[in-house]
Write a protein that binds this ligand. Structure first.
Ligand code: DP6
Length: 346
């Protein structure tokens, strides 16, 4: 029988495991108004995927002098471990429990694929750490907590479509009003076909790139205004179940975001030659009558939104641009939750 005492004893011994999935923004988050609290300039809207889960276990450890952070193949890189420790400090302060922890985190997707692993990573860590330290948080509070790790993680608390509200003000007012919520889309049956374009050398991180864009790009403020309109239009398109409109708005919002980066000084450019080939193929698909629209984030990969029924054909068409390129068909996935992933969606 599972009494509160036996649950507590089991948690202490085995830790708490949580699973979360990456999300891809259709209306992008690009720029902060409060760097410390990760408060965004604009609201954003995303689709959580059913692939590439992150599975994280947090175990409290009385005996450790410092937190230990490990990944599938051993100790975590220094920069990542420091972010995890900073995040645990937030959780410990809220819980009034300053014990150290062992954190073990595994990404089920290809490592370094640039597929929003910070979103799934901090959503999984928020749920597992809140569980391990005994914080009883509802989804809104979990979303706010995940946001503190990485802004986009606020949206991976939810499955399917989610909107992250920018909230109002800065400091405590901003912190309490900036969280994600689910967006119902009963009339859509989408897929995102992910083309893993080979990047060559690694680019600047999204965090540094968005800071430089806000600080130096003359195109940033115009994009902020157009993104607010894009978000309103996106809600209309989702409510109408109009996938072509959803795709058109998502594509223009993403290309606009990349335009702000191209205007930064020095410019930030994530497009690689392979990205351009995929974008050209998407245009050709549309000319052939297939509803397919592209979005890109802080990397060269291209994600193509289409109807689930067209996803195999779209994947085959994108594959023609480079037979060696890896292509993954993703459909909407679940929100972050306690436990290991279901076999089929890992
Ligand atoms: C281009 O959430 O990774 O993917 O809050 O600094 O951790 P930090 O940034 P992050 O930025 C994601 C940017 C994006 C667009 C998006 O996901 O909305």
């Amino acid at each position: 029988m599972s009494t509160p005492e036996t649950v507590a004893a089991r948690v202490a011994a085995e830790g708490v495991t949580a699973t979360a999935y990456p999300n891809i923004a259709l209306i992008k988050y690009w720029g902060k108004r409060d760097e410390a609290l990760h408060l965004p300039v604009t609201s954003s809207l995303s689709l959580t995927l059913g692939v590439f889960a992150t599975v994280t276990t947090v175990t409290l450890a009385e005996d450790l002098p410092a937190d230990s952070v490990t990944v599938a193949d051993g100790p975590a890189a220094q920069a990542f471990a420091a972010k995890v420790v900073g995040f645990l400090d937030l959780v410990r302060d809220s819980a009034g429990d300053h014990r150290r922890a062992r954190v073990h985190t595994v990404n089920m997707g290809p490592t370094g694929a640039g597929l929003a692993s910070s979103a799934s990573g901090f959503a999984a860590l928020a749920v597992a750490a809140a569980g391990a330290y005994g914080l009883d948080l509802d989804q809104r509070a979990l979303s706010r907590l995940a946001r503190r790790g990485s802004g986009s993680a606020s949206r991976s608390i939810y499955g399917g479509f989610a909107q992250w509200h920018r909230g109002e003000g800065v400091g405590a007012e901003g912190d309490s009003s900036s969280y994600a919520e689910p967006v119902a889309a009963p009339l859509l049956d989408p897929a995102l076909v992910v083309a893993l374009v080979d990047a060559g050398e690694k680019s600047i991180t999204s965090r540094a790139a968005m800071r430089r864009t806000v600080d130096t790009s003359p195109f940033y403020q115009p994009w902020v205004r157009s993104s607010e309109q894009d978000l309103r239009d996106m809600h209309t398109a989702i409510a109408a179940g109009d996938l072509a409109a959803v795709g058109e708005i998502a594509e223009r919002n993403a290309l606009g975001m990349h335009a702000t980066m191209l205007g930064a000084r020095p410019a930030v450019r994530y497009f690689a030659p392979g990205s351009m080939r995929v974008l050209d193929r998407v245009l050709a698909l549309r000319a052939e009558g297939v509803v397919a629209y592209a979005t890109m984030d802080a990397g060269p990969n291209v994600k193509v939104l289409c109807d689930r029924r067209d996803s195999a054909a779209v994947a085959a068409a994108l594959g023609e641009t480079d037979p060696a390129m890896r292509i993954i068909v993703a459909t909407p996935g679940p929100g972050a939750a306690i436990g290991a992933p279901a076999e089929s969606s890992a």
